[in-house]
Design a protein around this ligand. Structure first.
Ligand code: ZN
Length: 168
């Protein structure tokens, strides 16, 4: 069913995407998976990509190069912190790129990522793995639909078809 809706705030864009770095290496892709739904105008996706998708309709293809400042930010240059693997929560491999929510006390949670993993040691950084990386997106719009009230309330879509439920 084609509705002819264009992507704008309060609508759900459903897209296939491939993300590569400036060397053409694939960082992430939805190919082989279901397309990705996102709620436009709700900061579900990085600003540079959201801006490029504004006004697009189903079947549109968008190529956009997003600079780090409109993506995951610049790397801040602070030295990664080395911690003992045995001090980290169990049941995780702690490979490079694994996120960790660190409790800084008084309810302050910060997001860290593993940037190096070697023997008994793991290095943690506050820089997103894609900080400082120029992002090359190749996006195809599969469908655009109106967001449901429950989705607007939550600030994210509930699947491709959408629902008002709180079950994710
Ligand atoms: Zn929700």
């Amino acid at each position: 069913m084609s509705t002819g809706l264009s992507i704008s705030d309060g609508r759900v864009g459903i897209v296939h995407y491939t993300l590569t770095n400036s060397d053409g290496e694939i960082i992430d892709s939805s190919q082989g998976r279901d397309p990705m739904p996102y709620l436009h105008g709700a900061q579900n996706i990085i600003p540079g990509l959201e801006k490029a998708l504004e006004g697009k309709v189903a079947d549109d293809e968008v190529k956009v190069v997003v600079a780090p400042e409109d993506g995951y930010g610049e790397a801040d240059g602070i030295e990664p912190q080395r911690v003992k693997r045995s001090d980290l929560p169990k049941g995780q491999e702690w490979d490079v790129g694994t996120p960790l929510n660190a409790d800084m006390g008084e309810g302050n949670m910060i997001q860290l990522w593993v940037c190096k993993s070697e023997g008994a040691w793991v290095w943690l950084t506050a820089n997103h793995p894609l900080a400082g990386v120029e992002l090359h997106f190749d996006v195809k719009v599969i469908r655009v639909r109106e967001a449901l009230p429950g989705e607007l309330e939550h600030g994210h879509p509930h699947g491709i078809e959408g629902s008002n439920s709180h079950h994710h």
